[in-house]
Design a protein around this ligand. Structure first.
Ligand SMILES: [Zn+2]
Length: 185
């Protein structure tokens, strides 16, 4: 279920989880109280146990931990619109590898991605509407596999990363839950 961020939630019978007249953020804060009540400090440090960073789209249908069998503390998850390797993803990967010890990179795009329907025209229209040109590219794409290859290449050729020998890219199918690996060549 998706919940518009700007609208109050309808009253819920499950009053333990949702206040009668709260925003979606109120609902999250309530859920956190329950999470914290059952939480025990696992005593980990910040270095991911599996030494892996997963770069993925922010899509709400992609539950990385469940889909990849990951547990708390296993990996870094770095997400943005499209799972595109932008300068800021490289920033995070650089910190992930150089300061926090990860070695492997997994890139995940997915079927039905919102970026498949956009073009750079989005950016031009936005600039015309608000009177300010964004200093970022939309990074829209038409071909999922080709964009995964582009992302693999950006990671592999980054001068900032220590480890670029284990970089693999996948497309997650939101209807089957299956990953399909993309041949980098
Ligand atoms: Zn997406």
């Amino acid at each position: 279920m998706s919940i518009p961020a700007s609208q109050p939630l309808p009253p819920s019978a499950d009053s333990a989880l949702a206040p009668a007249a709260g925003t979606v953020t109120d609902r999250l804060v309530e859920a956190n109280k329950q999470y914290a009540a059952a939480f025990t400090d696992p005593g980990m440090d910040a270095r991911p146990v599996l030494k892996v960073a997963v770069v993925a789209c922010m899509d709400a249908r992609l539950d990385l931990h469940d889909a990849l069998g990951l547990s708390l503390g296993d990996c870094h998850t770095i997400r943005n619109a499209g799972g595109v390797v932008t300068d800021d993803i490289i920033r995070s990967l650089t910190i992930s590898q150089r300061a926090l010890g990860t070695r492997s990179v997994v890139l995940i795009h997915h079927t039905g991605c919102g970026l498949l329907n956009l073009t750079e025209e989005f950016r031009h229209e936005l600039a015309a509407e608000v009177g300010q040109r964004p200093n970022w590219a939309v990074e829209a794409f038409k071909d999922l596999d080709e964009d995964v290859r582009q992302s693999i290449e950006r990671v592999r050729t980054s001068p900032f990363l220590l480890h670029t020998d284990d970089v693999r890219g996948f497309v997650f199918d939101v209807t089957t839950g299956l990953l399909r690996e993309v041949d980098p060549k």
